[in-house]
Design a protein. Structure first.
Lengths: 306, 534
């Protein structure tokens, strides 16, 4: 376990360096002159050149790249035109909101998706199964921003139960969490149902039943443990999707996370800020993947000795 | 009872108690006396220098209540006193004497006197510190302090628009002591002005909280505070207003106005903007150098129908190269939709239909490369498609080239060799409301038509008469002579048709009934300066 962790964490700097390099290349090849954006629409060519020199954009690309790396090493993401300096403190300020939203969506997925899948499997081809499967198909088909709009219209505008936007207390978390988690809940429920049905057909289940265990006893004691492995995989992989989805949902619900900040940065052409947030998304994705691998080892003992 | 059941039940109860029913309705109410404004753009920086107030227009809207300026625009875009009690331009338009209001203090308690004003104007003149809005500030050559309440601003050349510059958002007067305290880089996050509201808390990109300033020279403002809240999504803004979570919203999309207009608790505020949208013709192309062709293209497009159908009546057909509320606007023509006449004009210009129905002359097809951005101007793609289809009906082939927003300006401001377009959608917003500034930016001859345009004369329009008239419009001592010259220039430009004139869009905002005094300025801004809340 220890060696595994060391190996995994040793990989992070390498991957991050690769990502930083790719992001740097992408942002240098984006159409549009960064200096001209900063200088504004009415700037003359001389003013644009002055800005270019001030931001160091006139230097050779290799030099800019090395300076960028040296800055990152000490937590300096560069000059953000939005915040007139290093954007890191502002990103860190926004991070908890995004983490809260993502974590609550995952918790909701676990407490709603897995039981729904098990119930559907246990009542296979009877009305609870039909009801759940029908809902699942619906949730998979609905785009999350549209579901979010419906939830706002219904829960907030019509019923007045919840705030329609922003982050003013725990109740504000409900609508974005539902909108963000809906697709993942459906995915997990559908998969859990399939895996449970498959497991119930296996020999060990028949043996257990033959030995006199009840249907529920087999389900709880044996089947569920095996169901957890693919479920953890799906949830882990989909957490990346949650980060992407959070951009849309944060904007829709005016939730003050980094996804919302990313879109603001794009709209004012703050390349430094966009680059910094993209990097943070990538690093979170890496960390989540490692966390998933660690959880595997708890869920599936076979992996511990591999 | 099993332990597991107990735990589940307890967890459920905890979840439920987190949402006590009695507090639920309270979420959807704003505090008394405080106006909450759901803005479509985030407030990011609050400094008139260093790139000015961002994002646009959200930052300017906040600046309008946080800072006072020497002069102000009233609702009809007429210039009125603010921190200056009066001003007098010299006869040669090369200097201006301003009498300052006495006893004015900044939010930090320091006096807003002649020394502070001098500091501010010199700060805006400094190209290193103030990188944007240069055309407004470059003509100023110096400031003299006559006494504690009198200053004289000097210009290097006659500059009739000086009052417009001082009334412009970037004319905000900031506290010199605060610049000293926070430094040039940090003032934008810690703004201190002399306006009716002072800073309470600022979370850039999310929320700006202002409180009424007790020491304001004009007495207590109409609200005890203003909260600027960034809500990017139009539907969410509308929902927030409907539930009463915000009091005011801006940028209501015209197709969503219907959701609000039926609501008795909500009032819609609308005002035509200062930015006429049009298609700039590339006048370096031989086909477009013929004024008959340009006029024919203008006749072929149903502009009034576009205003009516695409924008649900929240747009108007123009009657001049300037928008209705620009200072010096004069009605000089009207948009006419007459495709038969368009065809006749094109025939006169020597064009006849080819085998595929596209007009041609000397074997050269009338095929135009048509650049339009996606999402930069209201309904740009829809309008572009209607224009292209209309031109097709008179035998002109216009191939739409949809350009990504970020790269669009670069495509427009190219040197001649790299101009890829024959027609390009463009709209200029004269942020100081001056018609002279608008026409000079778009239609004053470039120094060199082969290079990049000096300002925004991307069409490469060149008319010596217009140049002379614009010179008169900015330097004649008599105001009436300036306005006449400007009017004549509008007529000449309209007749020369260097643009295919399209619509002028309205700015639409909405407010709850408890708010009164909401203003929508033609320069995009929704202003809460005179707003109060019951």
């Amino acid at each position: 376990m220890f060696r595994f962790l060391v190996k995994r964490f040793a990989m992070i700097p390498l991957v991050v360096l690769g990502v930083v390099t790719i992001l740097f290349i992408i942002f240098k090849s984006v159409p549009g002159d960064e200096a001209a954006f900063v200088a504004g629409a009415t700037a003359t060519q001389e003013e644009i050149e002055a800005v270019r020199i001030r931001l160091g954009l006139d230097r050779p690309l290799a030099e800019q790249y090395l300076k960028h790396l040296a800055g990152l090493a000490v937590g300096d993401f560069g000059y953000s035109t939005t915040f007139r300096g290093n954007p890191l403190p502002h990103i860190v300020d926004r991070l908890p909101a995004t983490v809260a939203l993502t974590v609550s969506a995952i918790i909701l997925t676990i407490v709603a998706g897995i039981p729904a899948g098990i119930v559907a499997a246990a009542f296979r081809n009877r009305w609870p199964d039909y009801l759940i499967s029908f809902t699942v198909v619906g949730l998979l088909a609905v785009p999350n921003f549209w579901l979010g709009m419906l939830l706002i219209a219904f829960l907030s505008v019509n019923l007045g139960l919840l705030p329609s936007f922003g982050a003013s207390g725990p109740a504000s978390l409900v609508i974005p969490t539902l909108a963000l988690a809906a697709r993942l809940i459906a995915l997990v429920a559908r998969m859990t149902r399939g895996v449970v049905i498959e497991e119930l057909r296996k020999d060990y289940v028949r043996t257990a039943r033959a030995k006199g265990l009840s249907h529920d006893g087999v389900l709880r004691g044996h089947v569920l443990r095996n169901v957890m492995i693919p479920t953890v995989t799906v949830i882990g992989l989909q957490t990346g999707y949650l980060l992407g989805g959070s951009v849309v949902i944060e904007r829709l619900c005016a939730w003050p996370g980094i996804g919302d900040l990313l879109l603001t940065a794009v709209s004012v052409r703050d390349y430094t800020l966009v680059q910094a947030i993209a990097l943070i998304f990538v690093v979170s994705f890496l960390v989540i993947n490692i966390a998933v691998e660690i959880i595997y080892r708890f869920v599936n003992p076979r992996l511990r000795y591999a | 009872m099993q332990r597991r059941t107990l735990l589940t039940g307890a967890a459920g109860a905890m979840l439920l108690s987190a949402l006590p029913a009695t507090t639920l309705r309270a979420f959807a109410q704003t505090s008394q006396g405080v106006i909450t404004f759901g803005q479509s753009t985030a407030v990011l920086t609050l400094d008139p220098a260093h790139g000015a107030f961002t994002g646009y227009p959200g930052g300017y809207e906040a600046a309008l209540v946080l800072f006072d300026r020497l002069l102000d625009f009233d609702a009809d875009m007429t210039i009125v006193p603010q921190l200056a009690e009066s001003y007098r331009m010299s006869d040669d338009l090369k200097s201006c004497e301003l009498k300052l209001r006495t006893g004015v203090t900044f939010h930090d308690g320091t006096p807003c006197d002649a020394a502070a004003v001098k500091f501010n104007i010199e700060r805006m003149m400094n190209k290193e510190i103030n990188t944007t809005n240069r055309p407004l500030w470059d003509p100023i050559s110096g400031v003299d302090m006559v006494d504690d309440t009198t200053i004289v601003i000097r210009m290097s050349a006659p500059f009739a628009q000086l009052p417009n510059t001082l009334a412009h958002g970037s004319g905000a007067i900031v506290s010199p002591a605060a610049i000293e305290k926070f430094g040039e880089d940090s003032f934008a996050q810690n703004p201190v002005g002399a306006g009716p509201y002072r800073l309470d808390s600022f979370n850039a990109g999310q929320e700006l909280v202002l409180k009424a300033y007790d020491g304001y020279w004009g007495g207590a403002p109409g609200a005890t505070g203003i909260v600027f809240r960034f809500i990017a999504e139009p539907a969410t803004r509308i929902n927030a207003l409907t539930t009463g979570a915000v009091d005011v919203i801006d940028a209501v999309p015209v197709h969503l106005v219907g959701q609000l207009s039926g609501n008795a608790d909500i009032e819609i505020a609308r005002r035509p903007g200062l930015r006429p949208i049009g298609l700039a013709f590339n006048l370096t192309r031989p086909a477009l150098q013929d004024v008959k062709v340009r006029k024919a293209l203008n006749l072929a497009v149903p502009v009034a129908t576009i205003a009516e159908r695409v924008f649900f009546g929240f747009a108007k057909a123009p009657d001049s190269p300037l928008a209705f509320d620009a200072i010096g606007h004069r009605t000089v023509g009207e948009t006419v939709f007459d495709q038969a006449k368009a065809k006749a004009l094109l025939a006169e210009a020597g064009y006849s239909a080819g085998a595929d129905g596209i007009l041609e002359k000397d074997g050269e097809k009338l095929s135009l490369s048509f650049f339009a951005p996606d999402g930069l101007f209201p309904g740009d793609v829809a309008v572009a498609e209607i224009v292209a289809a209309s031109l097709r009906q008179v035998g002109v082939d216009a191939a739409i080239n949809k350009i990504e927003k970020g790269a669009y300006w670069d495509h427009l401001r190219q040197d001649k060799a790299n101009l890829a377009w024959d027609m390009a959608m463009f709209g200029f917003n004269p942020s100081n409301a001056s018609g002279t500034y608008h026409l000079a930016s778009l239609f004053k001859s470039n120094a060199d038509d082969n290079g990049k345009p000096d300002v925004w004369n991307i069409a490469r329009y060149r008319n010596e008469k217009v140049d002379t008239l614009l010179e008169t419009a900015s330097s004649a001592p008599e105001e009436s002579a300036r306005l006449d010259a400007l009017g004549e220039a509008q007529a000449l430009i309209w007749e020369d048709a260097p643009y295919l004139w399209l619509q002028i869009n309205e700015n639409v905002s909405a407010a709850g009934k408890s708010v009164s005094g909401l203003g929508v300025l033609p320069i995009v801004f929704t202003t809460l300066r005179n707003a109060s809340k019951a």
